[in-house]
Design a protein around this ligand. Structure first.
Ligand code: SF4
Length: 378
């Protein structure tokens, strides 16, 4: 841990670099806690370039916390559609409602109050309160931990609780109390642009002379790899009903408990959003799907349904490798189902038009491509 003049020099170097070279990002042009909070939630597990258009679209529609709190959840999910990790959007809106009802529409000032909001952990609360309100709270996430581990040549699994606790203490000790928000952003920026997971660019690093991993020649080997959770192979078959006008049927978000009871863990895979009639299949996809359709649509004569297999696709979600088996089902009239909605298949492929996951969008694209190739060959 650096102290005294060395610590002052370290802070000066890093802040000087950040002030000169930081990227111009939309959420850096504001001190509004709502906008900073929104960006922090969106940036979890998601790249900056992917976040920017979503951030701008959501702010245009919901310019403040009250607008977000009052919006139908469907609208929020629709605008979030394609960004993934949909619990973030649900928590964001639940927190907005609490901010309106318990905090008069203002983001809380105190750490404990911020931590009590849905979807806000220590990192996010620290980032918002330091950047928007100047609170002296050092942040620690995977990005910051990597930088600190390299600076101090820390070995082992960084997420192991004692090691994580010690990294938090290091982060607390390094924090510049005069500019905590800027300091946190500077460390994050260093991790995002210079001290990157692969091939850190030490020759560009403003704090290279303080870095133990660089001195020892082990920067690229840190942090050491964690044990990975074993990947699971899952196969999902979906029926994409299509009528002659290009309409299809989407089912409402599955109820997790019921889906689990049926042994079909569909809910997490479709992110609890609108989806095609689908199920996890094991041995005989078309027959299993046919039986599932007979249960879903009892009035439909499942024997008369022709399930036309479309090219399969792949989808990766955290530790799952998902094989997607789309089946096109051409019908004169779309079947009835409580709570279902009839939509244009082309719209399901368009970001922000429906609250669907990227998995559902891949299914839709398969059906649309087939429809277009049939139209071309006709
Ligand atoms: Fe990271 Fe290299 Fe800078 Fe060390 S010198 S902090 S490893 S970029």
């Amino acid at each position: 841990m650096l102290t005294g003049r060395e610590l002052s020099r370290f802070r000066k170097q890093l802040l000087g670099w950040f002030r000169e070279f930081q990227r111009d990002l939309p959420w850096r042009r504001t001190r509004d806690p709502y906008r900073i909070w929104l960006s922090e939630i969106m940036l979890q597990q998601t790249r900056v370039a992917a976040v920017i258009p979503y951030y701008e679209r959501i702010l245009e529609k919901f310019p403040d916390v009250s607008a977000l709190a009052e919006a139908p959840q469907e609208d929020v999910l629709r605008l979030w559609s394609g960004l993934g990790y949909y619990s973030r959007a649900r928590n964001l809106q639940a927190a907005a409602k609490e901010i309106v009802s318990k905090h008069h529409g203002k983001f809380p000032q105190e750490l404990q109050d911020a931590l009590a909001l849905p979807g806000i952990g220590r990192y996010t609360a620290g980032a918002i309160l330091s950047i928007a309100r100047g609170a002296k709270l050092a942040v620690l996430d995977g990005n910051v931990a990597r930088v600190l581990a390299r600076l101090g040549a820390v070995r082992g699994d960084l997420r192991e609780s004692r090691r994580w606790g010690s990294l938090q203490k290091t982060a607390d000790g390094l924090l510049d109390p005069k500019s905590p928000g800027e300091w946190n952003q500077a460390v994050m920026e260093l991790g995002a642009t210079v001290c990157t997971p692969r091939a850190p660019q030490c020759f560009l690093c403003p704090v290279a002379k303080f870095c133990r991993a660089r001195k020892l020649g082990i920067a690229e080997r840190l942090p050491e790899k964690r044990k990975k959770r074993e990947t699971q192979d899952v196969t999902i078959a979906a029926a994409i009903f299509l009528d002659s006008h290009g309409h299809t049927i989407l089912l409402p978000p599955p109820r997790t408990k019921r889906a689990h009871a049926q042994g079909k863990e569909l809910a997490p895979l479709v992110s609890n959003l609108w989806h095609f009639p689908a199920m996890e299949v094991r041995k005989d996809p078309s027959r299993e799907l046919q039986r599932h359709l007979a249960t879903l649509f009892p009035k439909l004569s499942s024997r008369s349904l022709v399930l036309e297999p479309l090219p399969k696709a792949r989808h990766a979600v955290t530790y799952r490798n998902v094989t997607l088996l789309p089946f096109r089902v051409s019908v004169a009239q779309l079947p009835d189902h409580a709570g279902a909605k009839i939509v244009l298949i082309a719209d399901v492929c368009t970001p922000a038009s429906h609250a669907v996951s990227s998995l559902t969008r891949k299914f839709a694209r398969a059906a649309l491509l087939r429809k277009q190739s049939l139209a071309t060959s006709a």
